[in-house]
Design a protein around this ligand. Sequence first.
Ligand code: ATP
Ligand code: MG
Length: 372
Amino acid sequence: MRLDRVTLENFRNYAAQEVLFDPTCNVICGENAQGKTNLLEAMVCLSTGKSNRTRTDRELIRFEQEGFHLEGSIHSRDRDFVSRIDVGFGKKKRITVNDVPVRAASDLSAVLNTVFFCPEDLQLIKEGAAARRRFMDASLCQLRPRYAAALAEYQRLHEHKTRILRDCVDRPDLIATLPDFNLRMAETGAILIHYRSRFVKMLSTCAAAAHSECSGGRETLTLQYKTVSTVTDPLGDHKLLVIQLLEHQRSHHYAEVSSRQCLSGPHKDDIEVLLDGLNARSYASQGQTRTAALSLKLGVREIHREIVGEYPILLLDDVLSELDPKRQEYVLNRIGSGQVFITCCEEDRLHSLLKGSIYHVRNGTIAQRSSL
Ligand code: ATP
Ligand code: MG
């Protein structure tokens, strides 16, 4: 999968810009606030139909303009595609692939997939379980439609059960409806555990390999899927998972009613991240945290390749700072096959870059400086 060209018109701080890209490594260099992240954001839009930074398309329109136009030339599945997005005030958003209008954003991701890494992703290591669950859910939703459907159903049931637990003090008759919710949550929860346990198993192999390479073999990254305590084997049989989830719910029934919270189920799952056997959340240094978060993303990229058959394009926003020269060299040269985009502020970090192109961004204008 390759992005050969993008055109941006009135998108963020770009007035009119066309850029041709290298099939290997593309380094986008520039001072702060010149448009580096905006360019990566445009690529995310071309693969998902929306921005990863904002909910409203309006924010993406260049100040004082009426709308924006994005266009990408993509090579994937041995074919060439041109994806276009047009957004204007008061007009319906128009998305086309090879001039054919598409309705769902998933039609764009059938053509272009992206894995995006930005400094906020350090939360994956440093924050609580919710950040890692979001990461797991977002990755699986892209890869497995059945997971996306089960997750939506589970969230709906969870919200409903929480409302019942909240209201049952005034309306004790509602407690009688809980067994039905519990059963449906156990059934759907078992599907989530099925997919998540397999995802973490694959991820732990791929991410550990990336972390080991990036750290020059000095550190070992281990991932462990954490789910409901009664589950003996998360990779095991669906029926047994359901029985074990119901068992956990039963033992937490009184605690749930008295705390008025839904305490039992995979909505509390986590991925434990260990570096050389120590919990990364508590003990990892800044560079180790960055390396571990990056390794998780590189792991997702490998899983994509295994399931989809091609590498998604990798977007690394401001990943080089805080890494020592050896780790920077890994990011620049040894991520291996697949197309990579890396933004950075200091060009002097790039002397070790062996292949690809360097671009310079200044106030919404991009110039290709050199090809290696
Ligand atoms: P940094 O190195 O600090 O991360 P950057 O090069 O990644 O900088 P961007 O996030 O791409 O910078 O933003 C560049 C500029 O784009 C910002 O100064 C911002 O004010 C401007 N900008 C954002 N949205 C719009 C818009 N809709 N219209 C015009 N300019 C915008
Ligand atoms: Mg930026």
